[in-house]
Ligand binder design. Structure first.
Ligand code: ZN
Ligand code: ZN
Length: 368
């Protein structure tokens, strides 16, 4: 007998959760959950899982594609009418159906409530709970995305020239990611220069790079839908200020402490503290206002999330892929962030991104 596909295994895992969720069916509409469970990459589609059925409803554009990509699912040809939704639900026979509360819009809910014979149960987390532990194939794919990001991040000292705008640098990096094999950037690349580097999620704009600037570059590649995420911080010019290097090494020390001390089973809050305590002891508690990192996979930000607000019972486990990204941001002055994508193993956290950390970009020829 043929081994069950990864998608059959995932369908089984979902079925095992139905009684815990107190539903007899689960409707999946979000793009990444849909892809993870079925393999289907189209932009429109609903999955319905019950104890004995796995259905996919999609529209005309995707009938053929859904057949190829999601052979473990029975195709329901949808024309996007309310009657179709009614028939689709009726076909499953499910009476109490779980919904992805974080993904269904109010407009969609109003439409679903028109369906007779079904009671909807919003669930805050469904497949997210299963997606946190990555398979070997998922890890290999993320590693490919990380290798591309390493390659392109290493080009920053050549690309980031004084006189170019942040937007121009971001575009050069985006082209380089695609040339290196990324199907897309994992997210909008962040290039933050000078005082903008103190804005953790700065959108690259028209500011021109100047000698003496701090520079933060945060980017990732996407391969087969899977993302990588890495940040490096730089200083443009021969002489970085003593203050900058002090902060840089503080952030580096905070990141290193996490790699040295994170253990499987540790609470997400405790992992966050490994870095946060070092920054706080140096007087920078208020300059590190975001969580230490996040899970990533088909989504750039997915469970687990390291934070002081995490539940004590939420832990870092073997097989999770996460980012470790401490930062220190001095408003209107400069910011530093160092970020790796990493895999939790039985022997501790292993970085999957490896680009060397060389913050100084020596003085260079002005871009013409
Ligand atoms: Zn990032
Ligand atoms: Zn990140």
């Amino acid at each position: 007998m043929q081994n069950p596909s990864i998608f059959q295994e995932r369908i089984t895992a979902v079925r095992q959760k139905l009684s815990e969720w107190e539903v007899d069916g689960l409707l999946i509409t979000s793009a990444t959950n849909r892809r993870w469970l079925s393999g289907f990459t189209g932009s429109n589609g609903q999955l319905l899982i019950t104890a004995n059925q796995a259905l996919i409803a999609t529209d005309f554009r995707y009938y053929t594609q859904a057949g190829h990509e999601a052979p473990d699912f029975t195709l329901f040809k949808h024309q996007r009418t309310p009657a179709d939704t009614q028939n689709f639900l009726a076909e499953s026979g499910a009476k109490t159906v779980g919904l992805e509360a974080k993904h269904v819009t109010i407009a969609e809910l109003i439409e679903l409530e028109e369906v007779s014979g079904v009671t909807w149960k919003p669930l805050l987390a469904t497949l997210e709970l299963l997606r946190v532990l990555k398979t070997a194939v998922e890890i290999q794919t993320i590693q490919k995305a990380c290798a591309i990001t390493d390659e392109v991040m290493a080009l920053v000292p050549q690309i980031a020239r004084v006189g170019l705008t942040e937007g121009e640098v971001a575009w050069e990096l985006e082209k380089a990611l695609r040339q290196a094999g990324a199907e897309a950037p994992a997210f909008d690349i962040i290039v933050a220069s000078g005082p903008n580097s103190a804005l953790p999620h700065h959108h690259p704009g028209s500011r021109r790079l100047q000698a003496g600037d701090a520079l933060v570059v945060d980017m990732g590649a996407q391969v087969d839908g899977y993302k990588s995420d890495m940040t490096r911080s730089f200083y443009l010019g021969k002489k970085a200020s003593v203050h900058y290097f002090e902060l840089y090494h503080l952030v580096l020390r905070a990141q290193t402490a996490v790699f040295q001390n994170a253990k499987p089973g540790m609470s997400l809050k405790a992992v966050d503290s490994l870095a946060r305590d070092i920054l706080a002891r140096a007087g920078h508690a208020e300059h590190f206002g975001h969580g230490l990192g996040h899970g990533l996979g088909l989504d750039i930000h997915e469970d687990p999330f390291f934070s002081q607000r995490a539940e004590e019972t939420d832990t870092l486990e073997v097989g999770m892929v996460v980012t470790i990204e401490p930062g220190c941001y001095l408003p209107d002055q400069c910011g530093i962030r160092l970020e790796e994508t990493a895999l939790m193993t039985e022997n501790g956290l292993v970085p999957l991104t490896h680009c060397p950390k060389q913050p100084n970009i020596p003085k260079q020829r002005h871009a013409s």
